[in-house]
Design a protein around this ligand. Structure first.
Ligand SMILES: Cc1cc2nc3c(=O)[nH]c(=O)nc-3n(C[C@H](O)[C@H](O)[C@H](O)COP(=O)(O)OP(=O)(O)OC[C@H]3O[C@@H](n4cnc5c(N)ncnc54)[C@H](O)[C@@H]3O)c2cc1C
Length: 460
């Protein structure tokens, strides 16, 4: 390992490499309740070329490489999945490269945070539509494309991969390629398709097993200055879901979500299920008309009109702080289930039954629960969360066990989890159809012959 360290030091310089125990420990975890695993070397490259050199050495020496954005993952990834290897911290790659106003695209380095990207684009009157997951002040665009993140803007604009036009990727064997229109010798950054198979798709949601994303090109939309909030309170879950389904079908609101105030801490609002949404558009008239349209839908289902402060706080003012704030209640034992919208009632009931089944033990072990659900295009993302206590080892172990039980149950019931770290990836892999698993394994073997990138993820 000392030889590898010396070779790597020559690539990035001594300021950007560490092997001391404290740093290895700091890089051993993500934001999940899972205990950490230490690598051998932490490295912070500053360019695609440096990453290419690092991967070539890792290949020659068959050393595992663990790509890491901000490590805000909640299912154990972005850290070593087994002991040893090189943790590749990508957060020095944090600049916008180009805003192409003609092509309506922005190209940025993959380690830039959503918060920084949004702030810089706003100065030029642009935005990306989907504007990041819960912890957007810290999480990176590279991490989000790697797990096909959803959340802010997803009701209208979909996932981080739906706004993607192309990538620069360093392959596990060190070659640097471009996907989308930039794959061509003479090219512009304007379209993802038309170059043969959708090669960007290979890296979308790959959870970092197929290559290192170094530059990312996203679509741009004019910055929407006219904002409206909607808030309707419901007492009946089925009704709120039917209303959300109809609202979501029009792709008018950029955000639509619902909370269950009876599970865990109350989020506010006068009813048990506050439906809250955000409209972003381009004139007063358009904004008013869109609110009126959605209000008509709500009136069919009988939601009670609530105050603006609630959606304003959750979806705008405290957007990137809301979820991290509730981390004080324990470590997030979260799962994020994509399901067709009307199946939400089934999953909500499943969670209620699960809580009932473990009620006594959960109380004994200081477990808190949370429930949030939001629209992502034609899906709803259900987040039943077990707040895993950190007060006593016994409670912590129980919380983690309960969390994994719930994840198993959800996947077996047809939920699609896009964060596929160690905790969820293994279960997903076990539930693949046999031919599909073989197909993925063949691709992985041809692209990463020494299996250096995130080995063991998805049982590969
Ligand atoms: C409080 C809280 C709320 C959250 N809310 C949401 C939410 O609303 N929606 C959501 O989708 N997620 C959410 N998450 C999970 C997480 O924040 C997101 O998945 C986020 O997009 C991960 O980005 P990251 O930079 O932290 O990536 P990391 O966690 O560092 O990495 C994620 C995966 O991608 C790989 N990777 C990272 N960067 C690259 C790269 N450049 N090239 C190749 N592989 C790479 C890593 O190896 C890892 O497998 C939440 C997390 C927390 C703690």
């Amino acid at each position: 390992m000392e030889d590898i360290k010396q070779s790597l030091k020559k690539i990035v310089g001594s300021d950007y490499i560490a092997t001391d125990k404290e740093t290895l420990y700091a890089y051993s975890r993500d934001a999940s309740p899972e205990p950490g695993i230490m690598g051998d070397i932490i490295i912070r490259p500053g360019s695609s070329k440096e990453i290419s050199e690092i991967l070539k050495i890792a290949n020659e020496t068959k050393t595992p490489v663990w790509p890491r954005g901000a490590a805000t993952s909640l299912v154990f990834m972005g850290a070593p999945l087994k002991e040893g290897g090189i943790v590749l911290d990508l957060t020095r790659l944090n600049n916008i490269i180009e805003i192409d106003e003609d092509a309506m695209s922005v190209t940025a380095e993959s380690g830039i945070t959503w918060g920084k990207l949004e702030a810089l684009l706003k100065k030029r009157n642009w935005f990306t539509g989907f504007i990041g997951p819960g912890p957007g002040y810290t999480s990176t665009i590279g991490g989000a494309v790697s797990v096909a993140s959803v959340m802010y803007g997803s009701a209208k604009y979909g996932t981080a991969c739906d706004i993607l036009l192309g990538l620069e990727v360093v392959l596990p064997t060190g070659e640097i390629i471009n996907t989308g229109s930039s794959a061509m010798k003479k090219s512009f950054k304007h379209t993802r398709y038309g170059i043969g198979p959708d090669s960007s798709g290979l890296f979308c949601g790959d959870n970092g097993i197929m290559g290192i994303k170094t530059k990312i090109t996203f679509k741009l939309y004019p910055y929407p200055e006219y904002i409206r909030y909607i808030h309707y309170g419901y007492e009946n879950f089925n009704q709120v879901i039917n209303c959300l389904h109809e609202m979501a079908s029009y792709r008018i609101a950029s955000d639509l979500a619902v909370v269950d105030n009876k599970i865990g801490v109350s989020w506010g609002g006068s009813k048990r299920f506050p439906l809250h949404g955000l409209i972003k558009t381009y004139s007063e008239k358009m904004a008013d008309a869109q609110v009126e349209f959605l209000e008509k839908i709500n009136n069919k289902y009988g939601g009670e009109k609530g105050k603006e402060y609630f959606p304003k706080m959750v979806l705008e003012d405290k957007r990137y702080e809301m979820f991290p704030m509730s981390g004080r209640l324990g470590n997030f034992g979260a799962s994020c289930n994509k399901i067709p919208i009307k199946r939400a009632t089934e999953f909500h009931n499943m969670f209620l039954e699960f809580m009932e089944e473990y009620k006594r033990e959960a109380r004994k072990h200081h477990i808190l629960w949370e429930f949030y659900a939001f629209i992502s295009g034609n899906n709803i993302d259900i987040l039943p969360t077990i707040m895993v206590p950190t007060d006593k080892k016994e409670n912590y172990d129980f919380g983690r066990k309960l969390w994994k039980k719930l994840v198993q149950k959800e996947i077996k019931s047809g939920a699609i989890h896009y964060w596929l770290g160690k905790v969820i990836g293994d279960v997903v892999s076990d539930n693949y159809k046999r031919e599909y698993f073989q197909f993925i394994r063949n691709i992985k073997q041809s692209i990463d012959p020494n299996n250096i990138l995130n080995p063991t993820l998805l049982k590969l």
